[in-house]
Design a protein around this ligand. Structure first.
Ligand SMILES: C[S@@+](CC[C@H](N)C(=O)[O-])C[C@H]1O[C@@H](n2cnc3c(N)ncnc32)[C@H](O)[C@@H]1O
Length: 189
């Protein structure tokens, strides 16, 4: 078993270390609902997850997964782009998860895009509680291409260092463009 785990695993570890029962959090890319279910189990019965996706199929898959696991009550499923999250989320949030790219098992041409993802990150920075975390798993290469990755890396490098710490974790000797993990912590209001 490897000691150094993949970006998705590492994103879960960091989210687990900050999200507690009763917290309010966002899954910005619901997809098949794996991350939404993970977040819903962390926030407990008193907490809440807002989960966004632009595809009805993704929202349906997520709803089914949550129902199976008895977690549906804690989640508000929103069929809209994460770039509009401020229309729905009016409270401070402890964490926002982005798992970029296309819906696994779905249409590979409907993926996240740098222009809208960066708007959603900007809005997440505002909504985030001090010492809250944004995790972003960036898939690139293959059907995802390189545009979104290049756009976002440039964008995150410009985030104000007095208010946020931004970390990028990257595997540098592997084949097939393994996903990059970006974590952002809010340091002050
Ligand atoms: C890699 S999948 C997410 C996987 C998911 N987190 C899971 O656990 O199964 C990326 C998802 O982002 C969605 N997406 C694309 N553009 C979006 C946008 N602007 N706002 C919200 N979701 C978007 C896609 O429809 C797709 O379902």
């Amino acid at each position: 078993m490897c000691i150094i785990k993949n970006s998705l695993y590492q994103s879960h570890e960091i989210i687990k270390s900050v999200v507690k029962e009763g917290d309010i959090v966002v899954d910005a890319t619901a997809g098949n609902g794996n991350d939404t279910a993970f977040l819903a189990s962390l926030v407990g019965e008193r907490g809440k997850v807002y989960a966004f996706d632009i595809q009805e199929r993704a929202i349906r898959n997520t709803e089914n997964k949550l129902r199976e696991k008895g977690l549906l009550e804690r989640v508000e499923l929103i069929l809209d782009g994460h770039q509009n999250m401020d229309k729905y989320v009016k409270q401070e949030v402890k964490a926002v998860m982005f798992n970029l790219g296309y819906l696994p098992g779905g249409d590979h041409s409907i993926g996240t895009k740098g222009e809208t993802t960066s708007v959603a990150i900007e809005k997440s920075l505002d909504l985030l509680a001090v010492h809250g975390i944004i995790s972003i798993v960036i898939y690139y290469g293959g059907d995802s291409g390189f545009d979104e990755k290049n756009y976002l890396i440039k964008y995150i490098e410009g985030i104000d260092p007095r208010k946020y710490t931004v970390m990028k974790t990257e595997f540098v000797n592997q084949i097939n463009c393994p996903p990059i993990l970006v974590c952002i912590e809010k340091l002050s209001k």
